[in-house]
Design a protein around this ligand. Structure first.
Ligand code: SAM
Length: 313
């Protein structure tokens, strides 16, 4: 075997072995929760571990996904594939909005949601409201690869406070509101943000042709309950309420999102329409995950998932 053949055969072995390891795992980070199955990562280093007034924070270096950001034992995003989570969250809603100028982001502590919003050239103002100043400060210092300077963009106003309280108090209206808060779980800091009352208040802060976008937890057959609850709270409030999803390797599951609006139906956009808007906004070739074809795939939910959601309406 010559050296080229040897190189090819060893890289083939790597490719076929996926994430399997031959060495025993020295250190593990395991997600916590009362589930019937578990998810752990082999990690090489804990970079930060501490408590804020609102949540516990861990930032660890994993072997397969780079740095992981963990709040209250739940992975929020991973260096390797955070672009999938954040591009999927931000771009469908912004693409469906004709000329988005103003965006409200609630949550989104890592700054990557801001980063994606700011890519749209017409954006003039983004208000980001996160409850946890200490966590955002940590992200600012420790996760430059996530925010890439977005916090310092002059179009951004950063507000520290509860998203629910902000929505009740502000009289400002926006083209797009993005809810990127932690999952709904008992006693979590975002529990109140998973209610019809909150979604109604958020709608009142939208322009008539605005879009409300929500990170809406796992979405796969047998795992539609939490997502379905959000969907059911939104349906009486908006003319178009569309679920979509994508697979996020570090979450090890299909992740759900919802976009709701009274004007356009983002789920009805064709490949050419999405690619056309991306080209107009000079985003074609810039994004890594999202384009017209990805858009179709995300909004085409499988039959079993649609049936389960319909049964629980
Ligand atoms: N990708 C994430 C996931 O998988 O759940 C969500 C992203 S982000 C890290 C979640 C953010 O929500 C955090 O920065 C947290 O501080 C913020 N947050 C939680 N409760 C909130 C509230 N009531 N108001 C505003 N921000 C909140």
């Amino acid at each position: 075997m010559n050296s080229t053949e040897r190189d090819r055969s060893s890289s083939d072995r790597t490719a076929w072995s996926g994430n399997k390891r031959t060495e025993p795992v020295q250190e593990k980070f395991e997600e916590t929760g009362s589930w019937n199955e578990g998810h752990w990562f082999a990690v090489s280093k804990t970079l930060y571990q501490g408590e804020t007034d609102f949540q516990s924070v861990q930032i660890v270096r994993s072997l397969d996904y780079g740095v992981l950001v963990v709040l209250d034992g739940h992975t929020q995003s991973a260096e390797f594939d955070e672009y999938i989570y954040h591009e999927a969250l931000v771009h469908p809603g912004l693409i469906a909005c004709r000329k988005p100028k103003s965006v409200l982001v609630i949550g989104g502590g890592e700054g990557a949601t801001l980063r994606e919003v700011l890519r749209h050239p017409g954006i003039e103002r983004v208000v980001m409201v996160d409850i946890d100043a200490k966590f955002v400060d940590l992200c600012r210092k420790m996760l430059p690869q996530w925010h890439r300077g977005a916090f310092d963009d002059p179009r951004v106003e950063l507000v520290f406070g509860d998203g629910n309280a902000f929505i009740e108090k502000t009289s400002e209206t926006f083209d797009v509101v993005v809810l990127d808060v932690v999952d709904a779980f008992d006693e979590g800091p975002a529990t109140l943000l998973y209610s019809r009352a909150f979604y109604g208040a958020a709608k009142s802060r939208l322009h008539p042709d605005g879009m409300l976008v929500i990170q809406a937890m796992e979405l796969a057959v047998g795992q539609t309950r939490d997502h379905g609850r959000v969907l059911n709270e939104l349906k009486p409030l908006f003319r178009h309420v569309r679920s979509y999803s994508c697979f996020i390797p570090s979450f090890w599951c299909e992740w759900g999102y919802i976009v709701a609006s009274d004007s356009g139906n983002p789920g009805a956009l064709s490949v050419d329409e999405v690619n056309g808007v991306l080209a107009e906004r000079k985003l074609a070739g810039v994004l890594r995950f999202y384009d017209g074809e990805t858009h179709q795939r995300m909004f085409a939910l499988p039959l079993d998932v649609r049936a389960e959601l319909a049964r629980n309406e």
